[in-house]
Design a protein. Structure first.
Length: 684
């Protein structure tokens, strides 16, 4: 449709209608709108700016938020569900944008805080734009509206100190100098990451914008940040030239910028100065300890630093070929400076990733030796600590890796790689549901934009799993749906969704049906197979449970798999019920050995089940009393403990129900504390 009105009302109306048609599609952005409007991207950006005074991405976001308000008033959907319905993948970001647009949070609207007077100020987008056609009278009305609205705001909205450093442009005539310009960008990023008052997006998240034609507001939208750093640099002989600016995303304007011309041997001073000035420009608090970290000089030897930057450029892409190219360059850097801690740390990290997918480890000694040298020369370096943690992970000493990673996060609170490693450890190797969820949420804040749809699908799967383990059923439902929306072929998401739905609805028949459907698609899936058997066990359908468990144990033995040892007691119980006493004894003994080795928080719960099998009811009660003092156990304990037929003989025990209630009460009390802690940390 052509722009028939003086101020483009028809154009805006059509654009708004197209956005609303695609409102739930998080990926619908400026490029997609331009295509459906049959316009070039640049024409769309210019026209929207002319008629709304907004950037195109701000306009799209405003349509989404306006629709969110409508859904808040007309439906009973939760805020998380509404944020998903209007195309926000992050509920916290939806709440932030909502508050910026209306001066109230969605929760306050639900509670009736938003009055009729203030609602009149925030009309539909189209009605707001009609005022432009009314000339001077409209201006008076708009000023009055703004005045009324501003009186209602108790405090101005403070921008979150979130920032991304975009890839610097190499302006050198020699393309071989790209590694040096990349090094300038990397050092800027690393120095900012050391400031805990900032949320700094990972390098992997910004790498895809190296050759983009997207504008600043759109990139900021995708990365969920309020500030972006742009830079260009070149190196000519012994001279470094750097142009750098800090841009506020909401206004698309630089709020600080500077041109530098320095000698190469002054490069570290330059890097540190840039970080400090960016922090000052957005009023970030830099502690003395953080300033000390920023002002570190990695090496006095510029030749060593040059080798280091060349190696670093290869090591980012962790292919076997690139790692094998990077390692000798790191080692040359070490030859030039025997105390170069960063080089020692990074060569250890490179060796770890060469070995990570190998069944037979080849480089354990190298990883340990280089990590120790890194710590020797700089024990307060995040990289040195990461290197040593990776050694402990290599040798499966996970508890020893933890303090190194947690200390590394103190020195670099924005390290997405450390956050991901901690989430992985707390999910499985060292189970702790609170920590698992905290680091899963942090990981999304720092690194979600680095991933394509498949990567995002698995990240949202992980987050959903962490949420459900902590009893956040609605939120887990939202994210498992997002996981499947990004990648319907996700291998594990349908399995988790079946359990999330069971936690929500308690429908056993539906769950068995979903699990059997997924297993029918791939009958080699032993993870699903034992879950199907387990649900028949809970229903005391022992014939069916035996049918599936027998398939499971035969496959496990055929392929010599050491998986699901904690399920052996259920298998023993089913075999006993089917008159297979010899096999039942075999699996009971295997479970008893598992209990002896178990050092996790679940040991007492495991022992309780063992004693229940043996009919030792008083010992069961004693072990459950111990478990009732534990924290950070999975929500599934609450879901299934009363369903377990092995406890049937205890249901008349005078203390059994009381202990179960203590376990439940402790879980939900911890759940409420965790919810507040996550909110205080601005993770939810």
């Amino acid at each position: 449709m052509s722009d028939t009105s003086i101020f483009g009302a028809d154009f805006i109306e059509k654009a708004e209608a197209i956005i609303l048609e695609n409102i739930s599609n998080e990926q619908f952005g400026v490029s997609e709108l331009a295509e459906l409007m049959n316009m070039s991207r640049s024409s769309l950006l210019r026209k929207i700016k002319t008629h709304t005074k907004l950037s195109a991405s701000q306009f799209i976001r405003q349509v989404r938020v306006t629709k969110g308000l409508e859904l808040l008033k007309q439906t009973s959907l939760t805020v998380a569900e509404i944020s998903y319905e209007v195309g926000f993948g992050n509920t916290s970001y939806f709440i932030k944008c909502f508050r910026e647009q209306y001066g109230y949070s969605p929760g306050e609207v639900r509670k009736g805080v938003l009055t009729e007077e203030s609602e009149n100020v925030h009309e539909s987008l189209f009605n707001k734009y009609k005022w432009y056609a009314l000339g001077a009278m409209a201006l008076v009305v708009m000023v009055l509206s703004v005045f009324l609205f501003s009186r209602k705001k108790q405090t101005p909205v403070e921008l979150e100190k979130s920032i991304a450093v975009l890839p610097f442009v190499n302006e050198s005539s020699d393309s071989l100098n790209l590694y040096f310009v990349n090094g300038l960008m990397e050092s800027t990023l690393n120095n900012l990451q050391k400031i805990s008052d900032l949320r700094v997006i990972s390098r992997t998240s910004v790498a895809k914008y190296r050759n983009t034609d997207k504008g600043i507001p759109e990139i900021a939208d995708e990365l969920n940040v309020n500030y972006l750093v742009e830079g260009s640099g070149q190196r000519f002989e012994n001279q470094v030239l750097l142009n750098i600016q800090l841009i506020e995303a909401a206004t698309d304007r630089p709020i600080w910028g500077e041109q530098y011309s320095r000698e190469v041997d002054d490069v570290f001073t330059l890097q540190n100065e840039v970080a400090r000035k960016i922090a000052d420009a957005i009023e970030a608090i830099v502690t003395p300890a953080e300033l000390k970290q920023i002002e570190k000089i990695p090496t006095e030897n510029l030749e060593a630093y040059d080798y280091y930057l060349r190696a670093l450029d290869y090591s980012y892409t962790r292919t076997k070929e690139n790692l094998e190219t990077a390692i000798p360059l790191f080692e040359k850097a070490i030859e030039k400076d025997k105390q170069f801690a960063l080089a020692y740390a990074n060569v250890a990290i490179a060796y770890y990733f060469l070995d990570v997918n190998q069944k037979q480890k080849q480089y354990t000694e190298q990883i340990n030796n280089f990590a120790d040298k890194a710590l020797l020369y700089d024990s307060r370096s995040a990289e040195s600590l990461i290197a040593k943690a990776l050694y402990y992970m290599q040798v499966e000493e996970y508890k020893l890796a933890l303090p190194h990673l947690e200390k590394a996060l103190e020195y670099n609170p924005n390290s997405s790689s450390v956050v991901q490693m901690l989430a992985g450890l707390y999910a499985s190797s060292i189970p702790n549901t609170d920590k698992y969820l905290e680091y899963a949420l942090k990981g999304i804040q720092l690194d979600i934009a680095a991933n394509d749809s498949i990567g995002k699908s698995y990240i949202y799967l992980t987050l959903s799993n962490a949420l459900i383990q902590n009893g956040f059923i609605d939120e887990a439902t939202t994210y498992i749906n997002m996981s499947l929306d990004y990648n319907p072929e996700n291998y594990y998401a349908p399995l988790l969704k079946a359990f999330v739905l069971y936690a929500r609805d308690g429908n056993t028949e539906q769950t068995k049906k979903l699990l059997k459907y997924e297993w029918s698609k791939d009958t080699t899936r032993l993870d699903i197979l034992q879950e199907v058997a387990k649900f028949h066990y809970y229903e005391e359908e022992y014939d069916s449970a035996f049918y599936y468990y027998e398939k499971f144990v035969n496959a496990r033995e055929e392929y010599a798999l050491d998986i699901y040892p904690h399920e052996d007691l259920k298998i023993a119980w089913v075999y006993q019920k089917m008159g297979r006493d010899e096999q039942a004894t075999k699996y009971f003994d295997a479970y008893a050995r598992y209990c002896e080795k178990d050092q996790s928080i679940y040991k007492s719960a495991s022992m309780a089940v063992k004693y229940a099998y043996e009919g030792k009811n008083e010992q069961v009660i004693d072990q459950l009393k111990i478990f009732a003092t534990q924290d950070n156990y999975q929500y599934w304990i609450l879901v299934f403990i009363e369903e377990d037929p092995i406890y049937n003989p205890l249901k008349n025990h005078p203390e059994f129900e009381e202990i179960l209630q203590k376990i439940k009460d402790r879980f939900w009390k911890k759940h409420d504390i965790l919810k507040k802690q996550l909110a205080d940390k601005k993770l939810i």
